[in-house]
Design a binder for this molecule. Structure first.
Ligand SMILES: Cc1cc2nc3c(=O)[nH]c(=O)nc-3n(C[C@H](O)[C@H](O)[C@H](O)COP(=O)(O)OP(=O)(O)OC[C@H]3O[C@@H](n4cnc5c(N)ncnc54)[C@H](O)[C@@H]3O)c2cc1C
Length: 491
């Protein structure tokens, strides 16, 4: 039987991973239960990757508070873990006079939240900052930035695993039960027990909370589709471009954002759906995203889309109500050691480190004086440097030292054989092709793996003797080469 952990986290998105990472800085036992075969595969990898400055949230809300605290902690964390980020700024553009009043409202709201250096600038000045903008005015937000969202989540989770967090991957929690001095999390195959439980199961957090707390709210999935553009567009875009907010919008509008990998994102769309697991992208939405983006940025070249993906927002507001709810940290008098994090939609990526600090330092450690670990007791795991981004001299030195760096496996992203093997030997024990992709960036370029996938397959067969059945895209339900297409018919 598994031990009873001090803290069990359900869901390893950016919030669960930030919690695990912060908890492993204290002398306590931590487990993370995640239904997918890897961490950070839901909303946390499928968003705009924007470090929000704090202009979009009503002063006094949890979203405003945790965005402001989160952006400061996030950049510190990125420095510490070597996660790529950039404070590149953003422009919110106005195309007509009414939208200029929206910019003024946003500026006042941002200032009330403590966002520094906000300026409303002319269309001419905006076009100087970002050529191709044809607006009448813009709000310049210099403290907004971008981060690699999947690298952030993976880096925090891997650092916490190295520092003692126990990850139960491919383990779906189906219910929570109070037992005499702990909580039992029932999974499809097992039970994991903890004295404190933090439910951060994203879009499923409301439903999971209802297994023990019938008054926990429902959540409404609202999908946001994106288009990923080639790096040739990335060279022309220096900062994010957002439209002025629409009054009834459940999102921030279709925006254009550079990524830390040098690509550009267009999106997201904004559509309530019934399937919380949807990942579908449609041609009609893609066309609409391209059209809307062109109104923001006339320099957008045609024929540059290299991929598409979708992320699901965890909305507390129904389609009829629209707009945004606030973050909900639900803790009832009957179950004070059970904390449900519900409705963590945007700016959840930015806010995650601050949410983790709050839950651990201001709630759990108030009642459990877990001793902080000393510097010697902590092993920092830094996100690996990318070979392709190193200076030539450093590359030459590394190839002499580690010959596998001399073998470029992914030509689009310049990923070496050593980086593929390094990605495979991750501390979470993830052995999927998606796991290699997100850790090394192989298969993320414009050929979408057309060139490097066969080479990666060869490497895994030769170095590790993998059989065709061992190759899975995301986990056991997505075999790459050999697997069942249909269930057996016993009828
Ligand atoms: C389209 C879109 C754009 C966004 N853009 C931004 C942005 O630019 N900046 C920003 O700050 N924020 C942004 N956000 C918000 C941000 O992405 C989310 O707030 C954040 O990722 C939420 O993290 P999470 O860990 O709570 O949820 P998730 O990332 O959804 O993680 C939940 C985890 O729980 C797991 N899980 C679910 N059910 C179970 C179960 N029963 N048992 C075990 N595990 C389970 C899931 O597999 C998943 O790994 C955006 C969100 C979307 C959808």
């Amino acid at each position: 039987m598994k031990p009873t952990f001090d803290v069990v986290i359900i869901g390893a998105g950016v919030v669960g991973s930030a919690l695990a990472r912060h908890l492993t800085r204290f002398a306590c036992s931590v487990a993370v239960v995640e239904k997918e075969s890897d961490v950070g595969m839901a909303a946390s990898a499928r968003n705009s990757g924007v470090i929000h400055a704090g202009i979009n949230y009503k002063p006094g809300t949890l979203r405003a508070r945790f965005c402001m605290e989160g952006r400061r902690l996030l950049t510190q964390l990125c420095e510490e873990l070597n996660v790529p980020y950039s404070i590149c700024g953003k422009l919110v553009v106005a195309m007509c006079e009414e939208e200029v009043s929206e910019l003024e409202r946003l500026k006042a709201q941002g200032e009330a939240n403590g966002v520094p250096d906000l300026r409303i600038i002319s269309g001419v000045e905006a076009a100087k900052l970002q050529p191709g903008i044809e607006a009448i005015a813009a709000l310049h937000v210099p403290t907004s930035g971008i981060v690699s969202p999947y690298a952030l989540t993976l880096a925090m989770a891997e650092d916490s695993a190295v520092n003692g967090a126990n990850f139960y991957l491919a383990t779906e929690a189906v219910g929570i039960e109070h037992q005499h001095n702990c909580y039992a999390i029932h999974t499809k195959s097992d039970t994991v027990r903890g004295r404190w439980i933090i439910n951060c199961a994203g879009i499923h957090s409301g439903r999971l909370a209802q297994s023990i707390d019938s008054e926990a709210p429902d959540l409404y999935p609202c999908v946001g589709e994106y288009l990923l553009l080639d790096k040739q567009v990335g060279e022309k875009l220096s900062m994010s471009i957002y439209p002025a907010p629409q009054a009834d919008g459940a999102g921030l509008g279709v925006h254009i954002t550079p990524t830390m990998d040098g690509n550009v994102l267009l999106g997201p769309s904004n559509e309530y759906v019934s399937d919380p697991e949807t990942r579908c992208c449609t041609g009609s939405t893609a066309n609409r995203l391209l059209e809307e983006a062109k109104t923001l940025w006339s320099d957008l070249p045609p024929q540059v889309v290299i991929g598409a993906y979708a992320g699901v927002r965890s909305k507390q507001t129904s389609p009829e109500v629209g707009g945004f709810g606030d973050f909900l940290f639900r803790r009832t008098p009957n179950h004070p050691q059970l904390i449900h994090l519900i409705g963590i939609e945007s700016p959840g990526l930015t806010a995650a480190p601050a949410i983790a600090r709050h839950i651990v330092d201001e709630i759990i450690r108030n009642e459990e004086p877990f001793k902080p670990k000393t510097a010697e007791e902590i092993s920092l795991r830094r996100w690996p440097l990318r070979f392709d981004e190193l200076p030539e001299k450093e590359k030459e030195r590394l190839v002499r030292e580690i010959p596998d760096h001399g073998d470029i496996v992914c030509r689009c992203e310049g990923v070496t054989k050593h980086e593929i093997l390094q990605a495979l030997n991750n501390p979470l024990g993830v052995r999927t092709l998606a796991g290699i992709k997100y850790r090394s960036r192989a298969m993320m370029g414009r050929c979408n793996g057309g060139y490097c996938l066969p080479r990666i397959v060869d490497i895994l067969q030769q170095e590790y003797g993998w059989e065709p059945t061992a190759f899975q895209l995301r986990g056991p339900t997505s075999p790459m080469f050999v697997g069942r297409l249909l269930e057996e018919d016993h009828g």
